[in-house]
Design a protein around this ligand. Structure first.
Ligand SMILES: *Cc1c(COP(=O)(O)O)cnc(C)c1O
Length: 396
């Protein structure tokens, strides 16, 4: 018997038994047609989840961070200017990576809890008449603050400015859980990893390139070897890799995409929205605020919850782990100690979410916060019991 509770960290996420089994397979020849039967359906599945006809998908043995590196090293050159907003730990880390690759990052400092400032992007891009800016970075879902940004609005800013910069999007904590429209939003590169919406162990960087991003590879001069898309593309054409692929994880990815598509993408997104909304109702009943500044920014995959001044939010995470064996996310960077995070993405149901809400409530009462046991649970219950469960039927 397992005494393992579900985790409520925003990745890695809980794993369905079928996906754990799919990743556990005997050795096969990774330069054989058998490997192609795993690789190609996995790539095709990812493409459908991104709602793209035009993208090419590449999967590296790495993580989301390696996906960022793939995106920038394949399309940019030393000294290139890129535009990025810093509104949380993940956008900060991507900026840091660009700087370490000798890119010239124009940073738009944005309060943590706010979304990407598409209007500022438009002003800056419009002023850049010489088109010095080669890429715009956008973090779709800032996992540190629970803020979802409007990527369509960033595309509209580029278009309004008539600017040809590439649009590079971090979708690590949104893709496969929240709606992502690669083609409609004119995304040039989308990046994710295996351990969040795809419900797999960590170990894959998943990167999608538009034809425009593909073309940029030919002139980009940043050094790259392991992450060179050209080598990977050559490998794929022979049902192979330029090196040894993570075959079991790719087999898991093939099955994961099938599971998500069988549930129905819109059902997957609706399930995440419903679960998230129940958690938000609980937060409201506790009398606490989300870090996300307004409802249009609320993330359906993670809620960052502000604790009262003078209270160390990290104590919640420590106490939950020690006393109840349940994992929540700590605050990162600027919001360290000020927020704790409930991850609600991946393999989750309303019922599992209730256990996360209930446990958080016990922890906060244990730690002396002025919260009534059952208040958040009741608010979430009240919400869930009045919602339809179509997606359960579709998944069955
Ligand atoms: C988790 C996460 C990352 C980092 O991904 P790793 O797989 O840990 O390298 C990057 N961006 C966002 C938004 C994330 O949530």
């Amino acid at each position: 018997m397992s005494l393992q509770n579900p985790v409520f960290i925003p990745g890695p996420t809980n794993m369905p038994e079928e996906l754990r089994k799919a990743a556990d397979m005997p050795t096969i020849d990774h330069r054989s047609p058998l490997f192609g039967e795993i690789l190609h359906p996995a790539l095709a599945g990812v493409k459908k989840i991104l709602k793209s006809d035009a993208a090419e998908i590449f999967v590296f043995p790495s993580t989301g961070t390696g996906g960022w590196e793939t995106a920038i090293t394949n399309t940019l050159s030393t000294g290139d200017k890129v535009l990025a907003a810093r509104n949380g730990m993940f956008s900060h880390r991507w900026i840091d990576m660009c700087q370490r690759h000798a890119l010239d990052v124009q940073i738009v400092e944005t309060p943590w809890g706010q979304g990407l400032p598409a209007d500022r992007y438009e002003e800056i891009l419009t002023a850049d008449t010489g088109h010095q800016i080669r890429a715009v970075l956008a973090t779709h879902n800032e996992t540190a603050t629970g803020v979802k940004s409007d990527i369509g609005a960033v595309r509209a800013a580029l278009d309004a400015a008539g600017h040809p910069a590439l649009l590079l999007v971090d979708g690590v904590s949104s893709i496969a859980s929240m709606d992502f429209r690669m083609d409609e939003w004119g995304v040039d590169i989308a990046v994710t990893g295996s351990q969040k919406g795809f419900m797999l162990p960590a170990g894959l960087a998943i990167v999608a390139l538009s034809p425009k991003a593909r073309a940029a590879i030919e002139t980009a001069n940043l050094p790259r070897t392991f992450f060179d898309i050209r080598d990977m593309a050559k490998g794929y054409s022979n049902n192979a890799y330029p090196y040894t692929p993570a075959v079991g994880l790719l087999n898991g990815l093939k099955l994961s995409t099938q599971m998500l598509l069988n549930e129905g993408l819109e059902n997957v997104f609706a399930r995440h929205h419903r679960i998230a909304e129940g958690v938000r109702r609980a937060v409201g009943a506790w009398g606490l605020d989300l870090c996300a500044a307004s409802p249009d920014l609320y993330s359906d995959t993670v809620s960052a919850i502000c604790t009262p001044d003078g209270f160390n939010a990290t104590d919640i995470v420590t106490h939950a782990a020690e006393k109840y064996g349940v994992a929540y996310g700590v605050g990162l960077g600027e919001v360290a100690g000020k927020v704790f995070r409930i991850g609600h993405l991946g393999m989750l149901t309303d019922v599992l979410a209730l256990s996360g809400v209930a446990t958080a409530e016990m922890v906060m009462v244990d730690l002396g916060l002025d919260i009534q046991l059952g208040s958040g649970v009741a608010a979430a219950q009240d919400f869930y019991r009045n919602q339809s469960v179509q997606s359960l039927q579709a998944a069955a």
